[in-house]
Design a protein around this ligand. Structure first.
Ligand code: SF4
Length: 63
């Protein structure tokens, strides 16, 4: 299964991914981006986040 992954060291916390794909990305209490645990991830939505991430730190990972 493919799962999105974030290179947290590069993330600038702009929250664009949270805006374009809130079913997957959210900001946690510590102020970092969390990825929801899902059986399947919506490809369009995650791809949109990947395209719009200014730090280019979101990618797909194979499980
Ligand atoms: S869009 Fe990229 S840089 Fe912005 S919060 Fe999400 S992962 Fe971080």
């Amino acid at each position: 299964m493919r799962k999105p992954s974030i290179e947290m060291g590069d993330c600038v916390l702009c929250e664009i991914c949270v805006e374009v794909c809130p079913q997957v990305f959210s900001l946690n209490d510590l102020g970092y981006v969390d990825i929801a645990d899902r059986k399947q991830y919506p490809e369009d939505c995650v791809d949109e986040a990947i395209r719009n991430c200014p730090a280019r730190c979101i990618s797909w990972e194979e499980d």
